[in-house]
Design a protein around this ligand. Structure first.
Ligand SMILES: NC(=O)c1ccc[n+]([C@@H]2O[C@H](COP(=O)([O-])OP(=O)(O)OC[C@H]3O[C@@H](n4cnc5c(N)ncnc54)[C@H](O)[C@@H]3O)[C@@H](O)[C@H]2O)c1
Length: 263
């Protein structure tokens, strides 16, 4: 299906790695100009190189989305280049503490909420006026089934993602009149650097073999019997960012192999 994204500009936060990188490459393949955001120059350059090698168009926006000033400066710099995002994918996240809530450090909790929740709000604040002005906009927020169903040892992260879920629905109600769709994609276990880091930490705690056994158990618990890939997520994002999904807003689409089925 042609997603009709040629000529559009898509800003993907945290697209220097994992799911965000795959989403950025997918938009570029569809002919969109992609703004690659991440916190380090190296990560951003890596994704821009991938898109360039495939013949796509990408430009950098290196900033910490947890800072509204930094996000505003990045969006202003895009405007200087004649670009304003038509599509915003709020993907960047950190998961700093996988531990029982009382064992987590308040400063890690604060950082998770700042990046995940405030980062999403900051980017929305910066790009929404342009979308309203053009009467066209698509926002896709990457949440997590940890927020939909709850997840032990990830309470802070889940709380931040739950905030993004509520924000998605509230904003969908607020900006629908401007022809702007706001939806969420909710992955479950997806094979990325973030998940690999979690598994390594777990291995330090319980040993490599126990991790492998848990992985096998996880796979068996999924009706589709596999762990997700970044492409599984990017396919859903592409759809929601296109006019093929123009009558869908305020919805949460789980891409989770059927692990949870929340009505
Ligand atoms: N991988 C999974 O199993 C899984 C499951 C559910 C949800 N998710 C969600 O999918 C999204 C992508 O996760 P991933 O697994 O690809 O993670 P990842 O760690 O591979 O990528 C996240 C990227 O965000 C960037 N980032 C972090 N803080 C930032 C900031 N302040 N400003 C800008 N960029 C920043 C990181 O540098 C990194 O490149 C996240 O929202 C995550 O919560 C992932």
């Amino acid at each position: 299906m042609d997603m009709m994204l040629a000529g559009k500009t898509a800003l993907v936060t945290g697209s220097g790695s994992g799911i965000g990188q795959t989403i950025a490459c997918a938009f570029a393949r569809e002919g969109a100009a992609v703004v690659v955001n991440d916190i380090t120059e190296e990560r951003v350059a890596g994704t821009i190189a991938l898109i360039g090698q495939a013949g796509g168009r990408a430009m950098p926006a290196i900033c910490d989305i947890g800072s509204l000033d930094a996000v505003n400066a990045a969006v202003a710099s895009l405007a200087d280049q004649g670009l304003s995002p038509d599509i915003l994918v709020n993907n960047a996240a950190v998961l700093l503490a996988s531990a029982p809530f009382l064992e987590t450090r308040p400063e890690d909790c604060e950082r998770e909420i700042r990046v995940i929740l405030h980062g999403t709000l900051n980017c929305m604040r910066a790009v929404l006026p342009g979308m309203i002005g053009r009467r066209w906009g698509k926002v896709v927020n990457i949440v997590s089934d940890a927020a939909r169903g709850g997840q032990e040892r990830e309470a802070n992260y889940s709380a931040a993602k739950g905030g993004v879920l509520a924000f998605t629905k509230s904003m969908a109600r607020e900006v629908g009149r401007h022809n702007i769709n706001v939806n969420a994609v909710s992955p479950a276990a997806t094979d990325t650097p973030l998940r690999q880091a979690l598994l390594r930490k777990m291995a330090e705690r319980i040993g490599e073999q126990a991790v492998q056994e848990r992985e096998e158990k996880t796979r068996r618990a999924y009706p589709l019997k596999r762990i997700g890939t970044p492409e599984d997520v990017s396919n859903a994002v592409l759809f929601l960012a296109s006019d093929a999904a123009r009558h869908i807003t305020g919805q949460v689409l789980s891409v989770n192999g059927g692990y949870t089925m929340i009505g």
